[in-house]
Design a protein around this ligand. Structure first.
Ligand code: CP
Length: 340
């Protein structure tokens, strides 16, 4: 594996899920793969889970790890070509990338959407420069448009908590063994990127296509339609309560306007969040589900996205979901090491 960006990069999801369970059984069995190899983790933005879980995954594989916070202690980087560099940026990404690559074998990069230009964000201008100029395998640790390590961990978590089919129950409308997974928009005071919902949708739809028995539904207020490249084929239900009916898993996340129908609204919060608090996931919505498990990638703003009682309740999966970030990262790094 040379790039980890989309669900297609991991191939057969049943194979990947089996590999994840093999990692869980003994995560230290491949230390020979990482011996004398170095992972460089580059952060243009803050992180808790991605930083720690990816570092741990690399160490499980016997790797050395270097973590660079670009905005703390490194030279400020210019990312545009043709700029006269007379401002506060002392180094250009085009020199920095090959220099950083010379010290490592694999590169992970976190670089969020900047919301300056939809085209730049959706073309993945920063990450593509790493792919093009580093000469190293590159894995996305959340980019402008995707967060595949999160989505893979989410899928692992769903599979681990899939209810065992009840042979005495009738198949019903969706069929025995079929899961209803609902991704819901929820309010937030700031403009957040679409990377997490894009990837979650991409991975759920791929899982559905690959026969993993997932019925995927997205619910959000009008105007927050996600980019078709990620959600083509997904069912969208604008009535949140209706979407939640019979859900087995509820995945909450805020995202700003993707600018699909009105490009000028890209990256905007379309409504004052005070008027959208009905969308905050609470017992009211969870009551119409099939005793659904609650998921969120974290960090989460309580009582904006989800109420205290739901996130702390017995059906919440947010902690095992975060723990699975180590597993998803380890499968990806292992495959990259195997392909060096
Ligand atoms: N879910 C996630 O990526 O968390 P961090 O932003 O803390 O890495």
């Amino acid at each position: 594996m040379k790039v980890f960006q989309h669900v297609s990069d991991i191939g057969d999801l049943s194979v990947a899920l089996a590999e994840a369970q093999e990692v869980k059984r003994d995560r230290y069995q491949w230390q020979h793969l990482g011996r004398n190899k170095t992972a460089l983790l580059i952060f243009f933005n803050n992180s808790l889970r991605t930083r720690l879980s990816t570092q741990k995954a690399a160490m499980n594989l016997g790797m050395n790890v270097i973590v660079l916070d670009v905005n703390q202690g490194a030279w400020k980087l210019e990312t545009e070509r043709g700029v006269i560099m007379d401002g506060d940026k002392s180094e250009h990404l085009l020199e920095a990338i090959p220099v950083m690559a010379s010290y490592c074998d694999l590169i992970g990069v976190r670089s969020f959407a900047r919301f300056e230009s939809r085209a730049d964000d959706y073309e993945e201008k920063i990450l593509n420069q790493f792919i093009r100029y580093s000469g190293r395998p590159v894995f996305f640790m959340e980019s402008a448009t995707v967060h595949p390590l999160q989505a893979f961990a989410d899928l692992i978590t769903i599979e681990e908590h899939r209810p065992t089919p009840n042979p005495s129950r009738e198949g019903g409308e969706r069929g025995e063994g079929m899961l209803k997974v609902v991704m819901t928009w929820a309010p937030h005071p700031k403009a957040l990127p679409q990377a997490v919902p894009n990837s979650f949708a991409e991975w759920m739809l791929a899982a559905s296509r690959q026969g993993l028995g997932i019925d995927f539904v997205i619910t959000h207020p009008e105007g927050y339609e996600l980019d078709p490249q990620f959600v083509k084929g997904a069912r969208v239900e604008y009535d949140q309560m209706k979407a939640f009916e019979g859900a087995d898993f509820v995945y909450a996340k805020n995202w700003s306007c993707p600018g699909v129908t009105r490009p000028e609204d890209y990256g905007k919060v379309l409504h004052d969040y005070h008027s959208m608090m009905d969308w905050c996931v609470s017992k009211r919505q969870m009551a119409v589900t099939n005793d659904a498990r609650f998921m969120h990638c974290l960090p989460v703003r309580r009582n904006m996205i989800v109420t205290d009682d739901v996130i702390e309740g017995p059906r919440s999966l947010v902690i095992p979901e975060a723990a699975n970030r180590e597993i998803s990262a380890q499968v990806v790094l292992k495959r990259m090491l195997e392909s060096l």
